[in-house]
Ligand binder design. Structure first.
Ligand SMILES: Cc1cc2nc3c(=O)[nH]c(=O)nc-3n(C[C@H](O)[C@H](O)[C@H](O)COP(=O)(O)OP(=O)(O)OC[C@H]3O[C@@H](n4cnc5c(N)ncnc54)[C@H](O)[C@@H]3O)c2cc1C
Length: 390
């Protein structure tokens, strides 16, 4: 072995979940080592759309999303020393017909019971407030306190803050073997690092189920590849982040003028090679769909396309909580296309679980035991999120 690290907590994965947990733990005085097989913040956390929204989320995620917004997104500068271009621009979810209108209204009523206040905008209100919306925009739900941030900045900024607190971060260090005994965990990386720790956090994103399987915990994790597009700069008119019923696309414009567009998936995933590829036909389909709702996009030149690897659970909510089989092991993966917003608070939850054995956030719905086979004593049932991605 080229290096040996003895620590309290080892973290596999330097996305938002892992980096945030490392920062929270180190600020509570807990020694931490974080290992990533690539660069920190370069997985899904670094290539995502940048939507920081609660509108349309699974209702059980709303309390955690609220904690993320209030305690971290709004305080990024004081929390990690950079605002990462976070802006509370609001979020509009469009509907194209009466069926969508009914869906948006029903969700708004349910969300209100969970503390999220949404306003339903009629066609007339949309024409007045968003003159850039085309005829397809029949109705929308408006969430003024949602927003957006630059995903390329957030993960590295949290990692920098964690490093400054003393967290040992090793990049290009893939964990290939884990041994657990009565004293804790021993991790080996393919580049010769040996880490000994009393507790282990599995924050391995799309690879999270592989780590969980090493401890006898089976989770079916689909690899999804939302496809992203960015256009040349256009006059800045679209202030809110936008989405649409059915989730076929989402779009935001940054003050520099570039328009960023994403869809629900359709790229090619090569999980073992850590690679994902755009399928151009799917991108073109998405752009045709966008133009019907936001016609000005037809005039924009696309300057870049990309995709990334994300793990999606059957019920489209994350696995966040203690292991079912192994004391000292905690999971955080399977955010199913909407974990950027949740990441900062997910790290706080993980730190509480490691230090206090419980979290002040309600995370019962995210337990890994919901995926246990009936003969293993599951009792859990699959749930479906109202809006799958971003
Ligand atoms: C294209 C795209 C668009 C999205 N848009 C949005 C959005 O707008 N809003 C939103 O809220 N969410 C969005 N998401 C989802 C969001 O990005 C993810 O849910 C979130 O970033 C997941 O964070 P994570 O820390 O769990 O995983 P990741 O960021 O993927 O981090 C996991 C890390 O684990 C490392 N790792 C894996 N296995 C090992 C190993 N064996 N050893 C060492 N390291 C390992 C990987 O290298 C990786 O860096 C999007 C996702 C994608 C892909």
């Amino acid at each position: 072995m080229s290096e040996r690290i003895d620590t309290e907590v080892a973290i596999i994965g330097g996305g938002l979940g892992g980096c945030s947990a490392a920062l929270h733990l180190s600020r509570r005085g807990v020694p931490v080592a974080l290992l990533d097989k690539g660069a920190v913040g370069a997985g899904a956390s670094g290539v995502n759309f940048g939507g920081v929204r609660r509108n349309g989320r699974h209702l059980e995620e709303l309390p955690l999303a609220e904690r993320s917004l209030v305690d971290y997104w709004r305080k990024l500068e004081s929390w990690i020393g950079s605002d990462c271009e976070y802006a509370e621009t609001g979020h509009l979810k469009f509907g194209r017909d009466e069926k969508d209108a009914a869906e948006l209204e029903a969700y708004a009523e349910q969300a209100l019971a969970h503390g999220l206040k949404l306003e339903i905008l009629s066609r007339n209100a949309l024409e007045e407030r968003c003159p850039w919306v085309g005829e397809d925009g029949h109705v929308a739900s408006w969430s003024p306190t949602d927003g957006q941030a630059n995903p390329r900045l957030v993960g590295p900024a949290i990692a920098r803050a964690a490093r400054a607190e003393g967290v040992e971060i090793r990049e290009q260090s893939e964990v290939t073997a884990i041994v657990q005994d009565g004293h804790g965990f021993e991790l080996e990386t393919e580049n010769g690092i040996l880490v000994r720790a009393k507790a282990l956090i599995n924050a391995a994103g799309a690879w999270g189920a592989k780590i969980a399987a090493m401890f006898g915990e089976e989770v079916i994790l689909e690899t999804v590849t939302p496809q992203m597009v960015v256009t040349e700069p256009m006059p800045y008119v679209i202030e809110p982040v936008t989405g649409v019923c059915g989730g076929s696309f989402y779009l935001r414009q940054i003050p520099r003028g570039n328009i960023i567009i994403g869809n629900g998936g359709g790229g090619v995933a090569e999980l073992d090679a850590s690679r994902a590829y755009v399928v151009p036909e799917r991108t073109l389909e998405t752009l045709r769909d966008v133009v019907r709702l936001i016609p000005r996009v037809a005039d924009a030149h696309v300057i870049r396309v990309w995709t990334g690897l994300e793990g999606a659970t059957p019920d489209h909510t994350p696995v966040l909580g203690p292991s079912r089989t192994t004391p000292g092991l905690f999971h955080s993966f399977g955010y199913s296309g909407h974990g950027f917003q949740l990441g900062p608070a997910a790290g706080a939850v993980l730190a509480e679980l490691v230090r206090d054995g419980k979290s002040k956030s309600e995370i019962g719905a995210f337990g890994i035991e919901r995926f246990a086979k009936p003969e293993e004593g599951s009792g859990g049932t699959a749930r479906r999120a109202p809006n799958r991605r971003s």
